[in-house]
Design a binder for this molecule. Structure first.
Ligand code: PLP
Length: 416
């Protein structure tokens, strides 16, 4: 039996034994393959995951740091970026890069914004990014890395960005505004066009975080779901982040960051030549860039095509609607806002919603939670279409077990 001992074993083991050990190691993990997990994993079905996996393995050793050595990776990145830009209504001169994930895409957009402000003579130390309170913590991580400050502004009663309140939060230190499409806690899309007007009035960089919606919302729209403009069709949008490893269904380690033009993207890149190995220019945070992530994203895009993505998006939005309707019909439970994509959250009037989460978790469901207001959050995948009825049945059972008004729990359940 191969075991972790904290040191490299003196003698290696056979792959068959190691594979058994790896399988064993995962036995304590959530069983996302049965579609009872609605956070962290995007499950489009076995065939798509097989494509993502095999494509990753084919290019697992290739390195996107060396595009001269691997023109294949250069081409895949260019193609994926071009597909993303078209999907998000970008102008012809728009550009972008693949990154390791949403957080890296956001860090890069913030860096580009900061450095472009500095190039225009602004003092950027401690400069501010004004975001809705629902924006992802990646903006705070970026600010912490880059010497900036985030100002979080409470959202409106419909859980979208409160544009008037964001206006009031802008001061002469502000360099960036952010909206989400959609935000992680509630799944609602912020009013990007209004944020665009605000950005215009104050001459600010506007970033749209479409990490969740970038490769989902365009297809939901093609299916007839009505959404406000949220992408480069809003002329003031400078940059966007859109994750391939979420609703793009690529293997993990793949996102895209997009800029309206090359001039902006130049502020994202890092160039250095003062060492004994010559010049090194990197467009993203990473040095080595995993070839597998490029290949996996490219392969899944070409496997699914627009029709495949639309079909997956419909399964997800139908399931969300079904779950939201069923939950809203349960006395004492209510959904938050009007999410239109694959992510929603719900709360309880009298019962302790975290106790409900605990009871559902005991039945094998692993979902997100939110704290303001307290609620249970679900990020749905196509695979959830098959288990929506089971979830509602288990939710009703959980409520009966808890006797309506559940006893207070010890606090917020930890799901990360
Ligand atoms: C809206 C939003 N932005 C950014 C991120 C960060 O993405 P990643 O976890 O890939 O770094 C997430 C992750 O869930 C997200 O939901």
């Amino acid at each position: 039996m191969v075991e972790s001992t904290g040191k490299i074993p003196q003698q290696g083991s056979a792959w068959s034994e190691i594979r058994d050990a790896l399988e064993n190691a995962g036995r304590g993990d959530v069983d996302w393959r049965d579609a009872r997990t609605a956070v962290y994993v995007f499950n489009p079905g076995d065939d798509v995951m097989q494509v993502a996996k095999e494509a990753y393995a084919m290019y697992q050793s290739e390195n996107g740091l060396g595009m001269a050595a691997f023109p294949s990776i250069r081409e895949m990145e260019a193609d994926v970026v071009s597909c993303g830009l078209r999907l998000l209504n970008a102008p012809d001169e728009a550009v972008g890069n693949m990154t390791s994930g949403g957080t890296e895409s956001i860090i890069l957009a913030v860096k580009a914004c900061r450095d472009s402000a500095r190039a225009r003579g602004r003092d950027v130390l401690g400069a501010k990014i004004v975001v809705p309170r629902s924006a992802h913590p990646a903006f705070d991580k970026a600010a912490a890395y880059l010497g900036l400050e985030v100002v979080r502004v409470p959202v409106a009663t419909d859980f979208t960005a409160d544009v008037a309140a964001m206006d009031r939060a802008i001061d002469d230190r502000t360099i960036m505004l952010v909206g989400s499409a959609p935000c992680f806690p509630f799944g609602v899309v912020d009013p990007i066009a209004e944020l665009g007007k605000l950005a215009d009035a104050h001459e600010l960089w506007l970033h749209v975080d479409a990490c969740v919606g970038g490769y989902f919302a365009p297809f939901a729209r093609m299916n007839g779901i009505e959404l406000p403009d949220f992408d480069f069709s809003v002329p003031q949008v400078n940059s966007m982040s859109a994750d391939l490893h979420k609703y793009g269904y690529a293997a993990k380690g793949a996102s895209t960051v997009f800029h309206r033009n090359e001039e902006q993207r130049n502020f994202q890149s890092f160039v250095f030549d003062d060492w004994p190995a010559g010049g090194m220019s990197t467009p993203t945070v990473a040095g080595t860039r995993p070839g597998g992530a490029f290949a996996s994203a490219w392969a899944v895009m070409h496997y699914l095509g627009v029709e495949g993505y639309c079909e997956k998006a419909k399964r997800v939005t139908d399931t969300r609607e079904k779950l939201m309707n069923a939950i809203d019909e349960i006395p004492g439970l209510y959904t938050f806002g009007q999410p239109k994509l694959g992510l929603f959250a719900y709360g309880a009037e009298d019962a302790n919603v975290f106790a409900i989460w605990g009871a559902l978790n005991a039945k094998g469901w692993f979902t997100g939670v939110i704290t303001e207001p307290q609620g249970i959050q679900l990020m749905l995948s196509p695979a959830h279409a098959d288990v929506a009825d089971d979830y509602i049945r288990d939710l009703q059972e959980a409520l009966e077990q808890l006797g309506g008004a559940a006893a207070p729990s010890d606090g917020t359940p930890s799901y990360n």
